[in-house]
Design a protein around this ligand. Structure first.
Ligand code: NAD
Length: 260
């Protein structure tokens, strides 16, 4: 076994995934980044994390909606780092619409990226983890893996499914040193969310502070965003020896949202 572990973090070119990639690299793990975006921006993130942490960081642009691409991602990681010890299933998209109007192509894409990709990546990496008697699977679900909101039928369905996958894989890995846990964030301040604040303020004729408190964070009792780095820190903890008995859980990081 190498001293450091090797991790794949899907959807790590932005937001929560990018913070998780950085946190894992800071903890000394080699990281395979993944996700879409401008090639030069992605390379800048990759190089910055590698330089600032001293951990090897690579990138593969697999489309997580495509099982063949997911197999290529695993092969590329094994070719670069030798093995895959940690899988963070983070890539995700959202569409908000009443179910009767929900675009079927968006439903299919949400299920493929937010749900099936986690199943495929686990399917393709589990045997190696079991054989080496060590593995960590961290699924970035959502508070919407535990409770629902209207107009998010596909997302809520996919995230609940991810919690079910987490429990099943935890049972399958339990005697092999492989843990599986879901992190269930509430509202996290990512570039995606930040971009919505000025638009919503304009549309509703309210201040940006009111958008944050009364619209975005209406269900989040702390009335403040979860920070991406907090999800990164929990991921690092779940990959540490201290967390070896934590498996099959769905851990809310939601400012009290699911305590309602
Ligand atoms: P984001 O839009 O900032 O990042 C999403 C990432 O997924 C990007 O890197 C993007 O390129 C990648 N991605 C999208 N489609 C992909 C595909 N087909 N193949 C590969 N990569 C793809 O979003 P975020 O807010 O950082 O969300 C990350 C995860 O956290 C998602 O699973 C999301 O559901 C979950 N989450 C987010 C929040 C929040 O408030 N932001 C709350 C709970 C859960």
């Amino acid at each position: 076994m190498p001293e450091f572990k090797t991790a794949i973090v899907t959807g790590s070119t932005s937001g929560i995934g990018l913070a998780i990639a950085r946190s894992l690299a800071e903890a000394g793990h080699a990281v395979m980044m993944n996700g879409f975006g401008d090639a030069s921006e992605i390379e800048a993130h990759r190089a910055a994390i590698e330089t600032e942490t001293g951990s090897p960081v690579a990138y593969n642009g697999a489309d997580m909606s495509k099982p063949d691409d997911i197999a290529v991602l695993v092969a590329a990681t094994e070719a670069r780092f030798g093995q895959v010890d940690i899988v963070v299933n983070n890539a995700g998209i959202q569409t908000v619409a009443p179910i009767e109007d929900f675009p079927v192509d968006r439903y299919d894409l949400i299920m493929a990226i937010n749900m099936s990709a986690a199943w495929h990546l686990t399917r393709l990496t589990m045997a190696g983890m079991k054989a080496r008697k060590w593995g960590r699977i961290v699924n970035i679900a959502s508070a919407h893996g535990l409770v629902a909101s209207p107009f998010k039928s596909a997302y809520v369905m996919a995230k609940h499914a991810v919690v079910g996958l987490t429990k099943t894989v935890a049972l399958e890995g339990a005697e092999f040193g492989v843990t599986a846990n879901a992190i269930c964030p509430g509202y996290v301040l990512t570039p995606l969310v930040e971009a919505q604040i000025p638009e919503t303020a304009k549309a509703r004729n309210i201040t940006e502070e009111e958008v944050i408190r009364d619209v975005l964070l209406a269900a989040q009792p702390t009335k403040t965003f979860v920070q991406p780095g907090q999800i990164g820190a929990l991921t690092v903890f779940l990959c540490s020896p201290a967390a070896s008995q934590i498996t099959g859980t769905a851990i809310p990081v939601d400012g009290g949202w699911t305590a309602h």
